[in-house]
Design a protein around this ligand. Structure first.
Ligand code: 8X3
Length: 258
C-alpha cells in the first residue's frame, strides 16, 4: 500500500445484493476481516437485520437500501462516499431456464438490467471513490455461466458473459490507476434463493438443480474466495477465480449420487 493512503478510508467495503446468499456471507466475512461494510439491497429489513447482527458481533456494518438498476439512486448513494476501498458487485441472478427458442425477452431484459447494468451503474458511480482511496478493488461476481454455455442457460448465460467482458475491459482501461478488478466465477452454489428465484418459486424444479450432488458450494465457500482475493496485497490482482464443487467438472458434467 502506498504511504499516502489513509488506512481507514481505504477500508470501506460496499456489497450489493447483501440481503441473502453470497452477498450476505461476503458482508459477514469482509466485516470479520476488518472492513467497514456497507450493505446494499432492495430489501431494507433484511440488510438492517444483517447490519445489526454484524455490529453485535463487534464489527462495523451499515445498511443502505438500493436498487442497482436505479441509476439516479445509485448516483445519490455514491455521493455519500469520498473514498471506498472495496466494491463487491454481487447483485443479480437468473430468471428462467428456457431455451433460446422459447425464452421470454422480458426475462432476458431483466437479467441484463440487474446483472450487467446494475454492475455498470455501481461501478461507474463508485470508481472515483475507489480511485481516491489510493488502493481500490472492484469485485465482479460473474459465474461459470459467464465462461461457457449450457442448454437452457439463455439470458442468464448471455448476461454473465457480458459481466465477464465488463470486468476484462475495465481492467484494461484502468490499468495504471490504483484499482484492481477481480472476477469471481462460481459454479454450483446452493443458496436459499438462487434456484428458487430462477424457477419462480417452484421448489421441486429448484431442488432438482442440486439433486444427488453431495456437496454443492455454499455461500460461505464463495465468500471465502472473495475475501481471500480481496485481502491479497494491493499489487496482486486475482484476475479471475473460478470455483466449483468437487462434484462439478464443468457446467454440464456433474456427478450425482443415485
Ligand atoms: C450459477 C451457476 O450453473 O446455475 O451462476 O449457471 S449455473
Amino acid at each position: 500500500m502506498a504511504a499516502d493512503v489513509p488506512p481507514a478510508a481505504s477500508r470501506i467495503a460496499v456489497v450489493t445484493g447483501a440481503s441473502s446468499g453470497i452477498g450476505a456471507a461476503t458482508a459477514r466475512q469482509l466485516a470479520a476481516a476488518g472492513y467497514r461494510v456497507v450493505l446494499t439491497a432492495r430489501r431494507e429489513e433484511r440488510i438492517e437485520a444483517l447490519a445489526e447482527e454484524i455490529n453485535a458481533a463487534g464489527h462495523q456494518a451499515k445498511a443502505y437500501p438500493l436498487d442497482v438498476t436505479d441509476r439516479a439512486a445509485v448516483e445519490e448513494f455514491a455521493g455519500a462516499f469520498r473514498t471506498v476501498g472495496v466494491l463487491v458487485n454481487n447483485a443479480g441472478g437468473a430468471l428462467g431456464a428456457d431455451t433460446v427458442a422459447a425464452g421470454d425477452p422480458e426475462d432476458w431484459r431483466r437479467m441484463y438490467e440487474t446483472n450487467v447494468l446494475g454492475t455498470l451503474n455501481v461501478t461507474q458511480a463508485l470508481l472515483p471513490a475507489l480511485t481516491a482511496s489510493g488502493d481500490g478493488t472492484v469485485v465482479v461476481l460473474s459465474s461459470t455461466a459467464g465462461h461457457g454455455t449450457y442448454e437452457g442457460g439463455g439470458g442468464y448465460v448471455a448476461a454473465k458473459h457480458a459481466e465477464h467482458v465488463l470486468a476484462e475491459t475495465l481492467r484494461l482501461e484502468i490499468v495504471g490507476t490504483p484499482v484492481r478488478v477481480i472476477e469471481v466465477a462460481p459454479g454450483m452454489v446452493k443458496t436459499e434463493e438462487f434456484a428458487l428465484t430462477r424457477f419462480r418459486g417452484d421448489e421441486e424444479k429448484a431442488g432438482k438443480v442440486y439433486a444427488g450432488v453431495a456437496e454443492p458450494l455454499t455461500a460461505d465457500d464463495v465468500a471465502d474466495t472473495i475475501a481471500w482475493a480481496v485481502t491479497r496485497p494491493s499489487h496482486v490482482n486475482i484476475d479471475l477465480l473460478v470455483v466449483r464443487p468437487r462434484a462439478q467438472a464443468s457446467n454440464t458434467k456433474v456427478h450425482r449420487e443415485p
